[in-house]
Design a protein around this ligand. Structure first.
Ligand code: NDP
Ligand code: 2IT
Length: 448
């Protein structure tokens, strides 16, 4: 009989020996390994076929040089990555992150999480992720274009509409997807759905821009319903002010919530009357400036240096939507003290393991990232469907599908948690339901 500790220890020994110096990847592997021990016990064929031991090794890892020339004629060299982690249930799918902090550990944790997230979406997509340590901040449009063209000059040979379909993530939005797509099309001489998050004018899907944030709010709606509540009158804190944060704020505000605080990497703004989203959108999406400038236009609001203090504010719901490990145990205890009732992870792995533990101990309803933020990639899969059938669905059609998908994800998590004796634990439920789907698919396809 395998004890849970033995299984987790065995797995962690493998990744720590094979992949030293990858703390974020180890963190993501440990969380899943801990949750799925009962699945391995109940399904010995998974153990015999070494399913988890195979899942933790990417099918393919591509690392490449990205040279580019700035506006002053200086040459820069960045590093590009694409991890094609698992294709058991469909083509590799996952975003590209452009941020100076990007390294192999971060790309692998994101790619690993993506396998399980994508399995929950009910759509047939495998897991992948990529990016670069390039920093788009402060660069001109032409510099960003030259960088994207150089990045795609290598990447194009590894991707395809039935092979691997990248999209956006931190630092990669509509502008970058446009430049990346232009270069792909030129090199491949082929107009296909090889990227998602495209503009509506040339193959994008309605709702993709809004999908991660809207989907997060649809998911948290179920958490609130479980407590007999809705969004009306709730005070909500959202970290970040990028794609996920902005559209989560928009949807929650439309449902009657007051968004009291948002942030960027420099600090956070507090507006107890409710943050004016039009101002945030203009500052962050159009002008690409800093969130602190919000208070110049709304003097009753406050700005505080440093992003971490945002969790000390009183709120009913917290939606960490900036980056990994941004909400730690102390922040979680502060939220609990302030009577926060629900937390939905908009970012990938934003809560540390200690924070997740604090929420569970204190009865805070918690939506883990791979379930709560899956609306973005799910809508990417809907974009792929529209591209391959050359259809364009209306906003209402896509939004209705997104709501159904988020409901299905919530139900899958609840059911799996129940079946494996951990009722209400959505972290366990998300990990078990997704692992079962990927694991069964790998079993069926043999040792590959
Ligand atoms: P954006 O680039 O649009 O916005 C990122 C936001 O997070 C910005 O406000 C940024 O501040 C802040 N941020 C980024 N890095 C840090 C950091 N190291 N410390 C503090 N703040 C930081 O990215 P997205 O909104 O697309 O992504 C946000 C999160 O959501 C990421 O974890 C991403 O993986 C996840 N996600 C995204 C999806 C999508 O469809 N876009 C889908 C599912 C998950 P600043 O402007 O100062 O850099
Ligand atoms: O983390 C994520 O799910 C994303 N960045 C979206 C990926 C996608 O392919 O739409």
């Amino acid at each position: 009989m395998l004890t849970p500790t033995e299984f987790v220890d065995d797995v962690m020994t493998i990744v720590q020996q094979r992949d030293p110096g990858e703390p974020e990847f180890h963190q993501a592997v440990r969380e899943i390994a801990e949750s799925i021990t009962p699945v391995i016990e109940r399904n010995p064929e998974f153990r015999r076929a070494q399913i988890f031991e195979r899942i933790i090794e990417p099918e393919r890892l591509i690392v490449f040089r990205v040279p580019w020339v700035d506006d002053a004629g200086r040459i820069h060299v960045n590093r590009g990555y694409r991890v094609q982690f698992n294709s058991a249930i469909g083509p590799y799918k996952g975003g590209l992150r452009f941020h100076p902090s990007v390294n192999l550990s971060i790309i692998k944790f994101l790619g690993f999480e993506q396998i399980f997230k994508n399995a929950l979406t009910t759509t047939p997509i495998g897991g992948g992720k990529g990016g670069s340590d390039f920093d788009p901040k402060g660069k001109s449009d032409l510099e960003v274009m030259r960088f994207c063209q150089s990045f795609m000059s290598e990447l194009y040979q590894h991707i395809g509409p039935d092979t691997d379909v990248p999209a956006g993530d931190i630092g990669v939005g509509a502008r970058e997807v446009g430049y990346l797509y232009g270069q792909y099309k030129r090199l491949a001489n082929c107009f296909v759905g090889v990227l998602t998050g495209k503009s509506i004018d040339w193959g994008g899907s309605q709702v993709r821009t809004e999908a991660t944030g809207y989907g997060l709010v649809y998911f948290v709606t179920h958490l609130l319903q479980a407590r007999g509540r809705d969004w009306q009158g709730l005070r909500v804190i959202i970290s970040g002010s990028g794609n996920v944060a902005i559209y989560a704020a928009e949807r929650a505000a439309r449902l009657g919530a007051t968004i009291v605080a948002m942030s960027d990497s420099g600090g956070y703004i507090v507006d107890s009357a409710g943050i004016k989203l039009d101002t945030v959108k203009r500052i962050k999406e159009v002008e690409r400036r800093r969130i602190c400038e919000y208070v110049d236009e709304h003097p009753s609001a406050e700005y505080h240096e440093g992003p971490h203090g945002i969790w000390s504010l009183p709120c009913d719901v917290a939606l960490p939507s900036a980056t990994q490990n941004e909400l730690d145990g102390d922040a979680a205890r502060q939220l609990v003290e302030n009577n926060c009732v629900a937390v939905g992870e908009g970012a990938n792995m934003p809560c540390t393991p200690e924070a997740v533990h604090v929420f569970a101990e204190n009865g805070v309803n918690f939506g883990p990232a791979k379930a709560a933020n899956a609306g973005g990639v799910a809508t990417s899969a809907l974009e792929m469907t529209q591209n391959s059938t050359r259809e364009s669905w209306t906003f209402e059609q896509v939004d209705a599908r997104l709501r159904n998908i988020m409901r299905s994800i919530y139900n899958q998590c609840l059911q799996a948690a129940d079946e494996y004796g951990q009722p209400g634990d959505l972290v366990a439920g998300a990990n078990i339901a997704s692992f079962l789907k990927v694991g069964r698919s790998m079993l069926a396809q043999g040792v590959v």
